[in-house]
Design a protein around this ligand. Sequence first.
Ligand SMILES: [Zn+2]
Length: 75
Amino acid sequence: MKPVIRFRCQCGQRVRIETEYVGETVQCPTCLRSLVVPAPGAPGTEVIHPHAKAKGGAAAPGAGGNAPDPPQPVP
Ligand SMILES: [Zn+2]
């Protein structure tokens, strides 16, 4: 259970990904554009914490440990 960040692609597609991918490049599932995952708190982003419900906290990325491979590496 990790917090996820939600942001929007230029095509309007909403992308949701774990916050550990902030700064990584992912591919939009709809338009296949390369997207850099924005930092929590950036305009247009929303962080969803699986544990905390309806709390006002914006950014609280926990101490990340081992990070798996990014979902969609872009060449
Ligand atoms: Zn897109």
